[in-house]
Design a protein around this ligand. Structure first.
Ligand code: ZN
Length: 336
């Protein structure tokens, strides 16, 4: 497994105490080293900014560049730009494009995160950009251009990725805490895509406190059957560790066992797969999750180090109602 990492990704620095801070990557790299892997410094691509301009509105990209040049700023209540943000973002896009070119299994350990960033920054009806600057996952998907599936297992809906891919026949599957209970407030099952993209946008909202038992069903009954039917050339995983029960921002109850179950099922499809770091704010979870991911991808070792979590009966019942809704919309396009 290729692991792309650079200290440049730590040049995106908050002006004050913030959960999305550079030290997240220190913990991630510790996990990489404990797994016995090495990190590879990505090469900055000459076309990195072209790839960003190809996806985001020119006015928005120009605005971000200007703020980098002028010393940084808070651009909304959640999101900041620092002088090093633009280098970090361009190298992040470079790493994803290079990983896609290699057609292997790779982890891109970069910041800033991206899945909430839409065409002009703030996506759909979200109140803020949710720590995200450019949508690295969507940029990667559109760089390859066809046959890409983006699987988003961050606790938050990837509203930016949805917005950018909504009219494209590229598959986007997102599992996330129910939008009525968490930022960014989108990600309902009826958001199925439009035009050529109709049927290719799949939202699977989960009730707060959902555990691994629910997640296993989501993987087996939705994610994997749909991925098999789509038969992607390449899978991009928007990997956020914030659905973990110990994360300070989300209210889901997954353990690393639930995560590893999903990751294992995706890897068993035997497709080139690029894991891309999105959220996840418990440093220990980032470290141990990264280690478990790499041990699984490199040695086939399923060792999450945590026991499966079970959902309370009321939570499970709520999930079953939501699953009926997902089937009602998604079942028009896919055999479930
Ligand atoms: Zn998140």
């Amino acid at each position: 497994m290729l692991v792309y990492y650079s200290d440049v990704f730590k040049k995106h620095v908050p002006p004050f105490r913030h959960p999305e801070a550079p030290d997240r990557l220190d913990y991630l790299v510790e996990g990489v080293l404990e797994a016995g892997a090495v990190v590879k410094e990505p090469e900055m691509r000459a076309d990195a900014w072209d790839l960003i301009y190809a996806v985001h509105d020119k006015s928005y990209v120009d605005y971000v560049k200007r703020i980098c040049e002028r010393g940084g700023a808070e651009i909304d209540g959640d999101t900041y730009i620092s002088p090093g943000t633009c280098d970090a973002a361009a190298l992040s896009v470079s790493a994803v494009a290079n990983a896609i070119d290699k057609r292997e299994v790779a982890l891109v350990a970069s910041r800033p995160p991206g899945h909430h960033a839409g065409f002009v920054g703030r996506a759909l009806t979200a109140p803020t950009q949710g720590f995200c600057i450019f949508n690295t996952a969507a940029i990667g998907a559109l760089y390859l251009g066809e046959g890409v599936a983006v699987v988003d297992i961050d606790v938050h809906h990837g509203n930016g990725t949805q917005e950018i891919l909504y009219a494209k026949d590229l598959l986007y599957i997102s599992t996330h805490q129910h939008p009525a209970t968490l930022y960014p407030g989108t990600g309902y099952p009826e958001e199925v895509g439009e035009g050529r993209g109709e049927g290719f946008n799949i939202n699977i909202p989960l009730p707060p406190e959902a555990g691994d038992d629910i997640y296993v069903k989501v993987v087996d009954e939705f994610i994997i059957p749909i991925l098999r039917q789509y038969n992607p050339k390449l899978v991009i995983v928007s990997l956020g560790w914030d659905a973990h029960r110990d994360d300070p921002l989300g209210d889901l109850n997954l353990s690393l066992k639930g995560y590893l179950y999903a990751i294992d099922a995706i890897l068993k499809l035997q497709k080139p797969t690029v894991f891309l770091l999105e959220g996840g704010y418990n440093r220990s979870v980032i470290k141990r999750g990264t280690k478990a991911l790499i041990r699984l991808a490199t040695a086939g070792e399923f060792a999450p180090g945590e026991a499966q979590t079970e959902s309370a009966p009321g939570v499970y019942k709520r999930f079953e109602e939501l699953a009926v809704e997902v089937r009602r919309y998604t079942g028009r396009y896919w055999r479930l």
